[in-house]
Design a binder for this molecule. Sequence first.
Ligand code: CO
Ligand code: ZN
Length: 342
Amino acid sequence: MKKNRQLAQDELLNLLKTLVETPGPSGSESTIRATVLANIKDFADEIQTDALGNLIARKGTRKEGGKRVMVSAHMDEIGLMITHVDDNGFARFLPIGGINALTCLGGRVLFMNGTRGVIGVERLEGTNIPTLDKLFIDTGATSREDSKIGVGDVCGFERPFLDLGQRLVAKSMDNRVSAAVAIAALHALPENPNEVYFVFSVQEEVGIRGAITAAYGVDPEIGMALDVTRTGDTPKSAKMEVSLGKGPAIKVRDSSFIADPRIVEWMIREAKAQNIPYQMEVLEAGGTDGRAMQLTRAGVPTGCLSLGCRYIHSPSEMIDRSDLVNAIALLVGLLSKPIILD
Ligand code: CO
Ligand code: ZN
């Protein structure tokens, strides 16, 4: 098995900054895939990219008492796709994934071809909340001919990584923070009986698509999704029993799947054994790659390790530094021993 080493705190933050500042909306993951690959190639035993573009890295081989485990963190992010450029160079768009018009206003975008732009809005009547069809992207073009973007071009939000000390903010913490957890765990994983496939999946934000083919290809005995989840700890937020800083969350259910109770128990046992703070997560609406793994082939016992995240799907998603560190420790603990489910 390839070498292992733990990432230092500053290495981890630098990795996260690199990941969140790399653009990669669903279907346009080649840049972020190259970034992830550069950060895992020296620590994985085998790496492949499947037909959909999922990056699949194996660490370890299955030995007596071990299991084949798939850990899946989607590497795509929400974005916008151009549908039309008018005579004056203003571009209209469709959302890629769950985009809220309110969080678009005043935003800046970066296209995969390097073009930048800002999001403007038509004059609104009264206090109407805008819908996406009232918004447009202004790339500074003065005409349709002058526009550096056209129909089908894709952009993501552009915001620099922000270190607020205990809390960290970026445009695509969903789900680059989980990609950082997976990369750090892949680095740190010691010799053990399990065969672990770290999958950096594509097209999650448009309906958990990449994980479907990755799960079929890997054919795991155990599935573990890594993703962010909502919190209930901001002023007048919806009731939700997850807060920033109280530890990684162990998912019980979301609207895409119900975690296998044996996996939930296994995760709780490991957190307790390591004295890692944890929270139980019941998410009203939302889904993860866990659905694809659980329902692949004849079915796979699957769970999800979540990180609490405020302002999900806005250009400023916030997570807690200690939750990040604890999630890595919990995941490494889970993967580095024989897995017994009961
Ligand atoms: Co998302
Ligand atoms: Zn996500």
